[in-house]
Design a binder for this molecule. Sequence first.
Ligand code: MN
Length: 155
Amino acid sequence: MGIDTDLATFVPQETPFRWSGIRELVYNQNLDSPFRDVTRRILFDAEHGLGVQVRYFEVAPGGWSTLEHHGHPHEVIPIRGNGRVLVQDRILHVAPHDLVYIPAWAWHQLRPEGEEPFGFICIVTVERDRPVFPTADEIEQIKASDPEVAEFIRY
Ligand code: MN
């Protein structure tokens, strides 16, 4: 059986954390947005047949990802800078090459720690449900879980 080498791809990193031909997907942001200063890049997508999408996110210092939960899990691998990751009622302090699994329906939010951008690989299934944002009641419940969590979350 022949192997179709036309399907092979090689995408070199041009400068640190930037890959040839992979464009930055900027979320439209305003003051009501549930995130702040987040960019996204899709590194591998459905066409490779693994059933997953591999994304690279970067959160600028002072920024935050959306506080959300959903029925699909995340596999997160920080590769740039240090960060803090809310997983339900815990805050993890993470560094490059740590491994974080965010289970289905766990509330989560990611923020940089320090003056460097926080960049991380995030793997998701191609087929997945949409994120759900917390209601006002749910925000109060999340805050009540831990004072550190209450201080940490942005929404
Ligand atoms: Mn998520």
